[in-house]
Design a protein around this ligand. Structure first.
Ligand code: TYM
Length: 332
């Protein structure tokens, strides 16, 4: 089977539904036909300031949500990045073949560092994409399913793999990004031209996977729309309604025109009520399952440990090869 790799940062207590629609739903489907590795990238989460106890908790919670959303830890390898030391080790090696200017062109770094200011911007944030490249390349990955915000990082990964292979000999599989279509991108409910995000300040605009269903329903009812009053997809003119239509379609597997037809001549109130029901039906059981898993952290930790061992055996094979090729003297 070809290999698949993807991951998420444990940057909040709950994932948001953009992570679910843009990533987890595809992961769940793809794990059937690929040998899949899914990591909770705790080392990446450290690129902004973290409270240690909270980071540990968020890491468990993120893993529990992967499982609750349908990632099967007996079929796919679901593990915590820092449990496999090879990630940090390969990142160092790759950083030595990454250009300073090349890393500086990453738009996510440019955006974030501008937002934080130069004193609050860590070197870790700068080298973040190199660690991401290490994640992917350690597993001889064929495809990387991500949202379009991560595309540039996967392109850098490809460049680094090709560069390493041509300098030191064939070592890495060059991975292909599998980018979700624009329609899989979910926007903030209160500010529907900016992406829904785990690190957003807009709680009212973010649908959290672990929110109480009643809270999610209320957020849907209060979502920003427009004054036209017709349920119609038009991303430019009607970003709020279009975003709600995309969420509706993604969660029900229906086509947008069919949903437009269903709500033709009815107001936004009806449409939002319908969507609130869809959201509650989808996330009620997911939340329930995640909370059950979190009620037994010892069992969850055991599952993560077993999966980390599986990941490590694959990763260490690649790292060994890399150390040999770059000329490091091996301990005998
Ligand atoms: P992260 O944690 O920001 O996001 C996880 C995944 O969710 C997608 N996503 C969205 N999709 C649709 N609508 C949204 N509003 C939305 N918000 C987020 C993201 O595109 C992503 O696919 N750097 C990565 C984590 C990472 C990784 C990797 C990914 C580290 N190493 C190796 C793949 C392979 C990140 O920060 O994702």
């Amino acid at each position: 089977k070809p290999r698949l790799y993807s991951g998420m940062q444990p940057s909040a207590d709950s994932l948001q539904i953009g992570n679910y629609i843009g990533a987890l739903m595809q992961w769940r489907d793809l794990q059937e036909s690929y040998e899949a590795f899914f990591s909770v990238v705790d080392l990446h989460a450290m690129t902004v300031a973290q409270d240690p106890e909270h980071l540990r908790e968020k890491t468990r919670r993120t893993a529990a949500q992967y499982i609750a959303a349908g990632i099967e830890p007996s079929r796919s390898t679901l593990y915590v990045q820092s449990h496999v030391p090879a990630h940090a080790e390969l990142a160092w090696i790759l950083s030595t073949i990454t250009g300073f200017g090349e890393a500086g062109r990453m738009t996510q770094f440019k955006d974030k560092s501008q937002r934080y200011g130069s004193e609050a911007t860590s070197v870790g944030l700068f080298t973040y994409p190199v660690l991401m490249a290490a994640d992917i390349l350690l597993y001889q990955t064929d495809i990387v399913p991500v949202g379009d915000d991560q595309k540039q990082h996967v392109e850098l990964t490809r460049d680094l793999a090709e560069r390493f292979n041509s300098r030191f000999g064939q070592t890495f599989t060059v991975p292909m990004p599998v980018i979700q279509q624009e329609t899989a991108r979910i926007y903030d409910l209160q500010n529907p031209t900016s992406k829904m995000s785990k690190s957003s300040e807009s709680d009212a605009g973010t649908l959290w996977m672990l929110d109480d269903p009643a809270v999610s329903a209320k957020k849907v009812m209060r979502a920003v729309t427009d004054s036209e009053g017709s349920v119609r997809y038009d991303r430019e003119a009607k970003p709020g309604v279009s975003n709600l239509l995309v969420i509706y379609a993604a969660l029900t597997g229906r086509q947008i025109p069919a949903i437009e037809d269903e709500y033709a001549g009815r107001g936004y109130g009806d449409f939002k009520k319908g969507l609130a029901e869809v959201v509650v039906n989808e996330f009620g059981p997911v939340r329930q399952r995640a909370l059950e898993l979190l009620a037994d952290p010892a069992e969850l930790d055991r599952v993560l440990a077993a999966n980390a061992a599986r990941a490590e055996s694959v990763a260490n094979r690649t790292l060994d090869d890399v150390y040999d090729r770059v000329g490091l003297l091996r301990r005998s």
